[in-house]
Design a protein around this ligand. Sequence first.
Ligand code: GLN
Length: 461
Amino acid sequence: FSSAELTDHYIKRINALDGKINSFITHTSETARTQAKAADEMRLQGDKRPLLGVPMAHKDIFCTQGVLTTCGSKMLHNFISPYDATIVTNIDKAGMISLGKLNMDEFAMGSDNESSYYGAVHNPWNLDHVPGGSSGGSAAAVAAGFVPVATGSDTGGSIRQPASFCGLTGIKPTYGRVSRFGMIAYASSLDQAGSMGRSAMDCAFLLQPMTGHDPRDATSIKYDMPDYAQDLNDAAASAGDKPFAGLRIGVAKEYFSKGLDTEVEQAARAALKKYEELGATIVEVTITDPEITLATYYMLAPAEASSNLSRFDGVRFGYRCENPKDLIDLYTRSRSEGFGPEVQRRILSGTYALSAGYFDAYYTKAQKVRRIIIKDFENAFANCDVIASPTAPTAAYKLGEDLDPATMYLGDVYTIGVNLAGLPALSQPVGLTSAGLPIGLQLIGKYWCESQLLCTAHLFQ
Ligand code: GLN
């Protein structure tokens, strides 16, 4: 295919079917068509970039110069970014073509994509179900065949859980591996961008241009520059009939806890059995009690969010209320009208945890527990190479179930520890429920071991 044909195919499919799915907030079809023609021309001239002319789309959390960037919020309903996020620039430089901006939970807070100002996203596997969140638009767009790959962001599972709900592979890299510059901040010490696709190889391809040190992000780390696709091909070339011989997979009983759906548990255990048949050794490990991890995350993430979101004051950019009486009225009404209920809930609980009288009791305490969580992972990794668990306790639930916040937060129980520790992790599809909804298996790796994780999924798929 030429890039022009491919791009045309995807745009037509989006136009025909996204009315039912609602995965896109903004379309950039015309620019995409022009870029596709130019890419075909460059290819003819001998340009050999592997991703040249390949369509993709961005989660609407990434700033895109000259293109609406909403973060799923009314607060940014009119925000045309004056600059590109580093990953947007780099994906662009690789020659990929963005078809638009994808729907998401407001400010990436949520697990079902129902908190978006732009409406809920429907799961392509069953339109009555949620696609997961917060990168629900990214997952649905890939699953619906609107784009081969999409970017996502993961603060507490927002790449892995929607990948799991939509039958995809999605990877959250080591904290510091991918630049956060131009990615609208939720909880800066946890946020990390990554890729979502139909296979580990697709994820590897998109992750490649996203990877690397960026002087504009103070927490971006200079490290080796892997060639993910090459690593996957090498692993496949040298794999015998026991491709996982020598691989120690850690299984923690804490990750098979109460609240885990039986069909999800069965699929996860069956996948582990298959890994064993293919040569892996299963070892028992212990990690921090997920309920403690959950409490720590829901203390720290809102605290950081309350601070990050203070910049949305109705003055410099974004939503501003009508006819403010004075400055305080401007701040109050712009923020009350511009932020949805979940975001306001996070700002309130975060502000509370950071307030003078409670800081030590809540925020400092949670930071100390975070240290323990990191240590527990370190100890577990002394005995294994990767840790496996279900990605989420359930498959995709029904849209409009209107879960109370505490129940929704429980759905993050297996994913958030990874963010608190800054570890890389992916979710890969390992089966379907009896209702035909996808089930994901999470693989957690040691720091900087993205290639190993991707290989562990690639040789399995
Ligand atoms: N569901 C989690 C939350 O709402 C994770 C979100 C994310 O990773 N962005 O905080």
